[in-house]
Ligand binder design. Sequence first.
Ligand code: ZN
Length: 366
Amino acid sequence: GYYPKDSRLSIAVNNAANRIFSMGQSSHRLGDFNTAMTYYKMLLIENKVDSQLRNVVSRYNVLAENGSKLLTVSGYVSNSKKASTASKSWNIALEGKLVFPNSSNINNAVEDAAQRLLKLARSYQRSGNKSGALTYYNMIINENAVLNDTKDLAHMYSKQLLSNFIPTVYIDPGHGGSDPGAQSSNVTEASLNLSTANYLKNYLESKGYNVVMSRNSNNFLSLAERAQEANELKVDAFVSIHYNAMGIPNSTASGIETYIYHRVASGFGQENNRDNFNTDNSRINESLLLADKTHANLISSTGLYNRGVKGNNFHVVRETNIPAVLYELGFMDNATELAKIRTSQYQKTAAQAIGKGIVQYFNQLK
Ligand SMILES: [Zn+2]
């Protein structure tokens, strides 16, 4: 107080402050919250203490006020992971964020907890508990510690709760222009994809949906452009239309397979075991729900062989921040199958099967 400009005394004040802070933390670790708060408050009311230190102390003081013990980074991470409810997991992760604001492990725990909350909220939404769902979506939207992609997802889910909500579906006919995709007997995959996608567009528009097409003609688009546009437009679902080919002579491979994003350990390759899909992640979980509904319709209405719903590291299902599904609607290099899938009758049937599944998916969210 006598020598306010003397830097040696500022250093002495902050050294003493750090000792007081340590005393507070010791009591706090032992669960003696009142003593901890007494030390913390000594620092919080003293403006000669460095403001950065006081910011840190104020976060610890919030925890002591809440009766929350101090843990290590790994303590917060493991307690958040094994918490019995999504809300507890979320609160523990956020406490960890208060104590360790720059820890990437804590940031990951916050994200994991946010995903748990999103999944729970989504199930509330499906069972008609709209206010419960909205509460969780808003918790995520309003929390700075959460990644923007996760907040965007929460925002999209909450928008779907509105009574006047109309889904917007991004339809991506694969390939096009300089990239014809698979080719067989003078038929290009790009043209089959576009024709099928147009039938799907018509079906969804007849149901009152908004549709955005990645391409309306035979032009080239990179994979990145497709995913990016869907993300920027904040659409409600992304579906990519493809036809298959084995790429070997006299192939007899046949049937329909439907993909969601999954990365196998080696990077590229398909995952056929759905137990391995990362459904802890809300976007992946929603992608699987959408894939299952549409795929079941495809098999029952086309009668084609069921190759299943699979996971793969395809660009457009990986880089989209929204539920995303990619369809392989039959094999072009199987002569028997090509004769069927090149007909407009087949393409219309397949498109409507997908469209009906999409409508079923969104109707469950009302
Ligand atoms: Zn393709």
